[in-house]
Design a binder for this molecule. Structure first.
Ligand SMILES: [Zn+2]
Length: 499
C-alpha cells in the first residue's frame, strides 16, 4: 500500500490589508518530497502522525509537499497558484498510490478564493479522479465548507484547543486511510452548522461549553463502530466568508442517515447553550488595574485578545504597554514584534541606554507607538526549541533577531522587560522567553498576544489569567469589525452582549 502525504496550511485574517506571499511560506516552512519526512517526522503535528502511520499501518509514503505560514492576511493569488500547482504536479507524478492524506488548516482565504481549502480539495479530486481515497485533516479553527465535505473521502478535525492532539489526529487519519484502502470501510460524511458565531473567548476545549461536546465526540467514536470519525470545529471568526462558523462533521461507514443525525445532534447541542456564551471583558485600562491589584502568586497573565498573533494580528499592539507605563506597573514582561527597534538596540549594543518608539507601526488598528527608555540587556538570534506537545506542533522556532530591554531597573524584582522580536512569534512556548535567559515564572505581569492557544505553555505557571478586550485585527468583540460576507442572521455577530 502506498499513501501520498502533503499539506498547505494557512489561517487567513480577511480583515488584514496584508497579503501572505510565497516568501512568507518560504520563510516559515516549505518542504518537498523526502525532505518533508525528515522535517516533520518528530513534530507534534498531524504530518508527524501521517509519517508515523506508515509503520503502524504498513504503508509506504509518497511525500508531496508541505507548506505553512504564520497566520496573517489572505494568501496572494500567486502564492496560492504556485503552491497548489506544485502539489498537484507532484500528485500526478506520484505513480501508483492508494490514497492521499492531506493536512489543510480549513480557514485559508486567498485573493481569489474565499474557500481556498475547498478549492484545493476540488482540484485534488479533479486530478486524482473520483475513486482515490482523500482523507483531510483540519485545524480546530476551520471554517468547514460543504465543498470539502463533498470532495474529500473523510474529514478529521483536531479535538483540542490549545491544539495538543494534532499528531494523534494524524494517526487517526492514517488508520482510517489504511482501512479505506484495504476496502474494509466505505466512508460517507455529513456536515451541520448552527447559525451562530462561537466567540474565540469560548474556544477552550477544557471548559464549557466545549468540554462536554468534545467528550461526547470521543464517546461516539469509541462506542459506535459505525462512526469512523466525529469532529467539531470552533471556526475562525476573523475570516469574513460564507463558511465562517462552528461545524460538526461526522463520518460513518456507509450510513448517511446516521452521519447526518449525529452531526445535527452535536450542532444543536452548541446552539442550545448559546445563552451561556455572552461575555463581559475588561478593557486595557481596567485589565492593567486588575493585574496591579492582584494578590495571588505571580505571574498574572494579561491576554491581549485584539493582538492575537496566532490569529493573524500584528504582534506590535501597544494598548497594554501604554497602560502599564501610564499606571507605573512594575515587574512586567511583554514580547513585541518590532524589527526596526531590534536593529536600533543591536546598533547601540549590550548595556547601552536607548530611547525608542516601539510598536504600533504595522497599521492603525493596534495603538500608537510607545516611547520607551531602557537598557539593552541581551541580544539573541531568536532561535529556540520546544520539545513538548504545544499548540502548533512546531519544534524548531525562529522569532528572528531579538533584543531584551530592561526598563525602570530600580531593583531586579521590579525590573520590566520588553522583548523585541524581528518576526511575529505567537506565545505557544515558554522557551521563547527562557531561551533569552529570562525566567517568566517570577514576573508579576506577563502580556501574551493570544486568545486561548497560549494556555498549554502558560497555564502551568500562571497565578491568574485576565482576558482583555483590546483593539486590533483579532478584536474579541465582533462589533468592532465590519462583516459583509458571513451568513446572516448569525447569532453573536453584533458584539459581546448580543441577545
Ligand atoms: Zn487553530
Amino acid at each position: 500500500m502506498r499513501i501520498a502525504i502533503g499539506g498547505i496550511m494557512h489561517e487567513s485574517n480577511s480583515f488584514s490589508h496584508t497579503r501572505t506571499s510565497l516568501a512568507d511560506f518560504q520563510q516559515q516552512s516549505i518542504y518537498y518530497g523526502e525532505d518533508l519526512i525528515d522535517a516533520w517526522r518528530h513534530n507534534h503535528h498531524e504530518m508527524g502522525g501521517f509519517i508515523e502511520g506508515a509503520e503502524m499501518c504498513s504503508y509506504e509514503l509518497s511525500p508531496l509537499l508541505m507548506a505553512s505560514a504564520t497566520p496573517a492576511g489572505p494568501v496572494s493569488a500567486d502564492a496560492f497558484e504556485s503552491l497548489v500547482g506544485e502539489l498537484l504536479r507532484r500528485l500526478r507524478n506520484a505513480g501508483n498510490i492508494d490514497g492521499l492524506l492531506l493536512a489543510l488548516h480549513g480557514a485559508m482565504v486567498s485573493e481569489e478564493h474565499l474557500d481556498a481549502d475547498g478549492e484545493i480539495v476540488e482540484r485534488v479530486r479533479q486530478t486524482a479522479g473520483p475513486d482515490l481515497p482523500v482523507v483531510v485533516t483540519h485545524d480546530f479553527h476551520a471554517n468547514v465548507s460543504e465543498r470539502i465535505v463533498r470532495h474529500s473521502t473523510a474529514l478529521i478535525v483536531y479535538k483540542t484547543n490549545p491544539h495538543v492532539d494534532q499528531r494523534q489526529r494524524g494517526l487517526q487519519a492514517a488508520h482510517l486511510m489504511a482501512r479505506i484502502a484495504r476496502g474494509e470501510v466505505k466512508p460517507t460524511q455529513a456536515l451541520a452548522k448552527p447559525p451562530m458565531l462561537l466567540n474565540i473567548r469560548f474556544h477552550n476545549t477544557s471548559q464549557p461549553p466545549l468540554v462536554g461536546i468534545m467528550d461526547a465526540l470521543r464517546q461516539i467514536e469509541e462506542n459506535d463502530d459505525r462512526v469512523l470519525a466525529a469532529s467539531f470545529a470552533g471556526a475562525y471568526q476573523y475570516s469574513d466568508v460564507p463558511e465562517m462558523g462552528p461545524a460538526a462533521v461526522v463520518v460513518t461507514d456507509d450510513d448517511p442517515a446516521l452521519a447526518q443525525g449525529v452531526a445535527h445532534r452535536i450542532s444543536a447541542r452548541l446552539w442550545e447553550q448559546r445563552d451561556a456564551l455572552i461575555m463581559h471583558l475588561p478593557d486595557a485600562c481596567e485589565g492593567v488595574k486588575m493585574a496591579v491589584a492582584e494578590h495571588s502568586p505571580p505571574p498574572v497573565i494579561l491576554v491581549d485578545m485584539g493582538d492575537n498573533i496566532g490569529g493573524g494580528a500584528s504582534g506590535d499592539g501597544t494598548a497594554l504597554l501604554q497602560e502599564l507605563l501610564r499606571q507605573r506597573a512594575s515587574g512586567w514582561l511583554i514580547v513585541l514584534c518590532d524589527p526596526e527597534a531590534v536593529n536600533l538596540c543591536a546598533e547601540a549594543g549590550i548595556d547601552s541606554e536607548v530611547t525608542l518608539m516601539v510598536g504600533g507601526k504595522y497599521d492603525d488598528l493596534h495603538g500608537a507607538p510607545a516611547q520607551i527608555r531602557g537598557r539593552v540587556r541581551a541580544l539573541h538570534n531568536g532561535k529556540f526549541e520546544e520539545r513538548e506537545a504545544r499548540h502548533g506542533g512546531v519544534r524548531f522556532n525562529d522569532q528572528g533577531k531579538t533584543a531584551v530591554l530592561a526598563i525602570n531597573a530600580e531593583s531586579s524584582t521590579e525590573e520590566n522587560y520588553l522583548v523585541l522580536t524581528s518576526r511575529r512569534q505567537p506565545p505557544f512556548s515558554l522557551q521563547q522567553i527562557l531561551s533569552l535567559g529570562i525566567d517568566p515564572a517570577p514576573r508579576k505581569i506577563i502580556v501574551v498576544k493570544a486568545a486561548v492557544a497560549f494556555r498549554a505553555a502558560y497555564e502551568p505557571i500562571a497565578g491568574r489569567i485576565i482576558e482583555v478586550d483590546t483593539p486590533g485585527l483579532t478584536s474579541v468583540n465582533p462589533s468592532r469589525l465590519r462583516y459583509r460576507r458571513v451568513r446572516k442572521p448569525m447569532w453573536g455577530l453584533n458584539g459581546v452582549a448580543d441577545p
